[in-house]
Design a protein around this ligand. Structure first.
Ligand code: SF4
Length: 338
């Protein structure tokens, strides 16, 4: 049990949680929207400091990160619950459950986690599986330790942090973020109970702080799969983050409470075309093993630069960060590790 890092005392024993953009006001004994914070005698405590639902060694490509330390491994962890309500959640066994100290991996200290990452031969640590914002206090302890021993740090996030939390994780040493842009205003409000403008604002803030940013959109039939929906998202990425921002359009499969059929591959190919027509130079088709859209091609001469098979980087043809054929610079953090 740890006191929440970001909170504001209010009259009558109430307190406002400043961890995510919901800014829940909690009366004594009350839990927040995410069920990971609780007001105890006028102060908010996190119930999930170091309480990990799962730990695994994952390639960066699995997150997905394609321009951030390609081929590296990151020891990855998440906790329980979420601050969004998406009914299609692909990780619902973790995100739709309140914190459970008797399940998953139990308590793991930041020191232990860094030691484990080194023992497992990882080059980074990553918070994923559920919304990493909920692990804020653990992340700000973990990241400086990880950076001190040369590990990179990343978040796979819905981008619904408070500005204060965003500043705190950046100050702690966040290197990369894959931010989920789930759709337009209406889709995010109706399905996720969130505000897509906050997600856009935070993506831009992370980027302006020098954090490497990639965007993922799970393309879901009937939610965000029209050419117009996709064009709006792609145009916004170009305007807010620039045309070299990688955009992953990934395949949805029915999960949790959502029963729409899996995304047709032709829809993902259309999304890739729409993204490129909007000006994005690196659009990737995800969750379709063997698809050519998972490789990196030079946006100038179309030479194959990074070849992938599922979540594995198979081969790099890059010379440093440059296309070997036409010398086009390719924006990339770190060197590919095949
Ligand atoms: S983390 Fe977000 S959802 Fe959870 S209690 Fe704090 S403000 Fe509310």
């Amino acid at each position: 049990m740890r006191e929440g890092l970001l909170q504001e005392k209010l009259p009558g024993g109430k307190a406002r949680c400043l961890t995510c953009a919901r800014r829940c006001v909690l009366a004594p004994g009350q839990q927040g929207f995410c069920k990971t914070r609780e007001n105890r005698k006028g102060k908010i405590f996190t119930l999930v400091y170091g309480l990990l639902s799962a730990i695994s060694v994952n390639p960066m490509e699995k997150k997905p990160f394609y321009h951030f330390y390609p081929g590296n491994l990151a020891l990855t962890a998440g906790t329980w619950s979420c601050n969004f309500t998406c009914p299609w959640c692909q990780n619902w066994e973790i995100t739709k459950k309140p914190p459970d100290p008797d399940a998953g991996c139990g308590y793991v200290s930041p020191e232990e986690f860094v030691r484990l990452a080194q023992e497992q031969g990882c080059q980074g640590v990553s918070l994923s599986f559920n919304e990493p914002t909920l692990l804020l206090e653990w992340a700000v302890d973990l990241f400086p330790l990880a950076r001190r021993v040369g590990l990179h740090t990343s978040f796979v996030t819905n981008g619904y942090l408070s500005e204060e939390a965003l500043e705190a994780v950046v100050a702690a040493g966040l290197d990369g973020a894959n931010v989920d842009w789930k759709g337009g205003l209406e889709a995010v409000r109706n399905f996720c109970s969130g505000d897509s403008e906050v997600v856009v604002r935070n993506s831009k803030l992370l980027w302006s702080h020098g954090v490497h940013v990639e965007i993922t959109t799970l393309v879901i039939p009937g939610v965000n799969d029209s050419p117009e929906d996709l064009r709006l998202l792609a145009t916004r990425i170009v305007e807010e983050l620039g045309p070299t921002t990688p955009w992953h359009v990934t395949r949805y499969f029915p999960a949790y409470r959502f029963r729409a059929p899996p995304t047709p591959i032709s829809t993902l190919e259309m999304a890739k075309d729409v993204g490129e027509a909007a000006g994005l130079r690196f659009v990737y088709v995800g969750n379709v093993p063997g698809h050519a859209g998972q490789n990196t091609y030079c946006p100038a001469c179309r030479a194959l630069l990074l070849e992938r098979d599922g979540v594995q980087l198979v081969k790099s043809y890059l010379q440093g960060h440059v296309c070997p054929r036409c010398r086009e610079p390719i924006p990339l953090r770190g060197q590919p590790r095949v």
